[in-house]
Design a protein around this ligand. Structure first.
Ligand SMILES: Nc1ncnc2c1ncn2[C@@H]1O[C@H](COP(=O)(O)OP(=O)(O)OP(=O)(O)O)[C@@H](O)[C@H]1O
Length: 364
């Protein structure tokens, strides 16, 4: 039996996670992390008050203690700053991955350990395996549809040691069923969308309040001006909608294929493999993180360049200092994006072996 602090978000996954741990006989306390409050009335409908009440109702139903932990300052320092400086420098950051490393398994875990808990549990769909040598691996969740191991790509061994993922052994329908069986008050609550702190709004709407507009031309890959953009940070490579430029070819949309910061130009091209720069095989990764032991030299791996895509066969060549690597996919991948996270798994596609940030994408 262990004393475990469960991150209760108000959603059904973490509610069931708490119930499962309790069923296993652990001493469970639930806590809501207050990360962001829309006190400046910026944008978005941040449903945090409702979420806290939902989380509290779950704790009451389970008969466990409930706390609200205020981590707003840390969130600003560790996630919002990273997010805004990434966009300002022209890359596409991933605040969800950073929130897991810096908040849930960062300051929230520190809080838990300081307050007599052994571990932090969340409702993530992933698994933690204890190996014969006493180390831990992060595995994909059994529900291939819901697997969230990608979002934990940057956790380290210490964080894994103190993490628990009770719903990773279940499918989402099983989790919903259990929630109904246990009569949890949020059993039918709909899944949250978007980024944990900005609620149900679009990232571009959020960014407009923090990063000044910087309008420029939208050009095709052959340099023809076809429209205007409001700032390069508001667009992501591979983006099909929202750039406002209709393609002259029936059935083949224009997508964002590049950003040219020197000329403040957004480059669009047809969404097809022949378009220069849209599909690439090779890239440089930085900020390598090894969840269970450093790898070195050349390794065959499966690399997943974004959430909800498959992990693809690739060769990873790690630098001598272990901080960066060259990654070459066997087949070209669509819209590899600087700033985004690459989750790298072993060849069985179960255990995470490296997490990293895309630094540069090399054109063919
Ligand atoms: N504000 C929060 N306070 C405490 N824990 C949180 C909070 N936000 C997220 N978590 C934890 O992180 C997990 C994953 O968060 P995510 O935002 O991806 O939620 P989710 O997959 O919709 O899960 P849930 O159904 O529990 O909301 C949650 O299951 C929960 O354990």
């Amino acid at each position: 039996m262990a004393r475990i602090l469960v991150g209760l978000s108000g959603g059904v996954d973490s509610a069931v996670a708490a119930a499962l741990l309790q069923r296993q006989g652990h001493d469970v306390v639930g806590a809501y992390m207050k990360n962001w409050i829309n006190e400046e009335n910026i944008v978005g409908n941040c449903p945090w008050m409702e979420d806290i009440e939902d989380a509290r109702a779950v704790a009451e139903k389970l008969g466990i203690e409930f706390r609200v932990v205020n981590l707003m300052k840390d969130y600003r320092d560790r996630v919002v700053k990273y997010l805004l400086s990434g966009y300002e420098s022209g890359v596409t950051p991933n605040p969800d991955v950073m929130c897991n490393r810096e908040m849930k398994f960062g300051v929230f875990l520190d809080y838990a350990l300081e307050h007599g808990f052994e571990a932090v549990a969340t409702g993530h769909y992933c698994r933690r395996r204890e190996n014969a040598d006493g180390t831990f691996d992060l595995l994909r969740g059994v529900d291939g549809n819901k697997d969230q191991s990608y979002f934990l790509a940057l956790v380290n061994q210490y964080q894994l040691e103190h993490a628990r993922f009770p719903v990773g052994e279940l499918t989402k329908p099983e989790v919903r069923e259990l929630a109904q069986e246990l009569d949890l008050p949020n059993a039918t609550k709909k899944d949250s969308q978007g980024i944990c702190f900005i609620g149900e709004i679009k990232m571009s709407d959020f960014l407009k309040n923090f990063v000044p507009d910087s309008p420029g031309n939208i050009v095709t890959v052959d340099g023809k001006v076809v429209g205007r953009h409001e700032g390069l940070h508001l667009y992501t490579l591979g983006q099909r909608k929202g750039h406002g430029v209709a393609s002259p070819r029936h059935g083949v949309a224009y997508v964002v294929v590049a950003k040219n910061p020197e000329r403040n130009e957004l480059v669009v091209g047809y969404d097809e493999p022949e378009t220069p720069g849209l599909y690439t095989k090779s890239c440089t990764l930085m900020e390598l993180s090894f969840p269970n032991g450093e790898l070195s030299g050349e390794v065959r791996v499966l690399a997943q360049p974004r959430y909800r895509t498959s992990a693809e066969p690739a060769t990873l060549v790690i630098s001598e200092d272990g901080k960066s690597a060259e990654l070459v996919f066997d087949d070209p991948q669509r819209a590899l994006t600087p700033g985004q996270i690459c989750a790298i798994y072993d060849l069985e596609d179960q255990a995470l072996v490296v997490g990293a940030v895309f630094a540069e994408i090399h054109p063919e």
